[in-house]
Design a binder for this molecule. Structure first.
Ligand code: DAH
Length: 339
């Protein structure tokens, strides 16, 4: 039995010296000191010993048990300490690493300008109206007094879904949709995206934006239109801005005009930006054609109205001195973060 106890001590000490995991330590404890452990078995067999041997072996067994218990406790502490250091090493925080900076985005220049235009008109009592970008031929052309085969369609070629459905070429169809649903007084603007099958260059894009305006009431005159556009130009391009109307033709307004703003760079003297003209065209406008009012069920003998369509890209390019429209769509951060 003495040898048995010595062997238990030796093997247990050897195993304890190489243990690395808490779980293995527990297994060793169970193996020797557990209910069915080796040392426990030896102690149980003590009854077979002689009276002389019993206290001697008993003492030896107790010593081995105490020794193993204290070694197991010691090893347990060591393992816990090691685990703690490993954890600290794993979780180390280097406070000298530079922080990750969050960049705050900015609004797109088109959004800035369109929002500003909206504000100007909301300030004059206008409401915002919207219409679909995938539009019926009827609203985009027909009801605007541009029947099939009309030459005005040539300058507004677009993308057709089928013969009667297309991507709208202008925000003017929203005028019709508004007048169909609401009777005068009407005072709306409708900002939106429009499409034309134009090739991309510095001043053209197959997708661009317009801001449509429509006012219909009793006694609305061309003077109201001009005054309104003057307020718009001054708010957007500064107090010294002037506007100029050139006679033009739009099938849905009569009379019609193209409207220029005095050059925002030279103030009208002539420079590179305005190609020495002193003026820059930014919108089309006119008095709503009586036929259009009639199509929408509004009596042109009682009511009159004016309408206009502002080119958003032109306005933005002027406001921010941008010389190439493509910059607005390329999403180059170096460009966008300047606004
Ligand atoms: N929609 C026209 C265009 O894209 C611009 C325009 C002209 C709109 C006259 C109007 C208007 O409302 O009355 O060229």
């Amino acid at each position: 039995m003495r040898e048995q106890l010595n062997s238990i001590r030796e093997r247990a000490e050897k195993e304890l010296s190489s243990v690395e995991q808490i779980q293995d330590l527990e297994n060793i404890r169970v193996k020797y000191l557990g209910k069915k452990g080796e040392l426990t078995q030896v102690l149980r067999g003590m009854g077979t010993l002689s009276t002389e041997e019993r206290p001697i072996i008993g003492q030896l067994a107790n010593e081995v048990r105490k020794l193993l218990e204290s070694k197991i406790e010691e090893t347990g502490k060591k393992l816990a300490e090691m685990e703690r250091s490993r954890k600290i090493a794993r979780e180390v925080i280097d406070v000298t690493i530079p922080g990750r900076r969050k960049f705050l985005g900015s609004r797109h220049p088109l959004t800035i300008a369109i929002d500003q235009i909206r504000e100007v008109f909301i300030g004059m009592g206008y409401e915002i109206a919207e219409g679909p970008e995938v539009e019926l031929d009827y609203y985009n052309f027909e009801a605007l007094n541009i029947p099939k085969g009309h030459p005005a369609r040539d300058t507004q070629d677009t993308f057709y879904i089928n013969e009667n459905i297309l991507l709208r070429t202008q925000t003017s169809p929203v005028q019709i949709r508004v007048m169909e649903n609401k009777k005068p007084p009407i005072k709306v603007i409708c900002p939106g995206r429009v499409y034309r099958s134009d090739a991309v260059d510095a001043t053209h894009s197959p997708i661009f934006h317009q801001i449509e305006g429509l006012v219909v009431d009793k006694g609305v005159t061309m003077g109201d239109l001009i005054g309104t556009l003057q307020v718009f130009a001054k708010s957007l391009f500064g107090e010294n801005s002037r506007i100029r109307l050139r006679p033009h033709h739009f099938p849905f307004t009569e009379p019609s005009a193209e409207v220029d703003v005095s050059c925002w760079t030279c103030g009208g003297k002539g420079c590179r930006v305005c190609k020495n003209e002193g003026w820059i065209e930014i919108l089309g406008a006119g008095m709503v054609h009586p036929k259009v009012l009639e199509i929408c069920g509004i009596d042109p003998e009682v009511y009159s109205g004016f309408a206009f369509g502002i080119g958003a890209e032109r306005t933005v390019m002027g406001k921010f001195n941008i010389d190439d429209m493509r910059l607005l769509y390329e999403n180059d951060i170096r460009f966008l973060k300047q606004f």
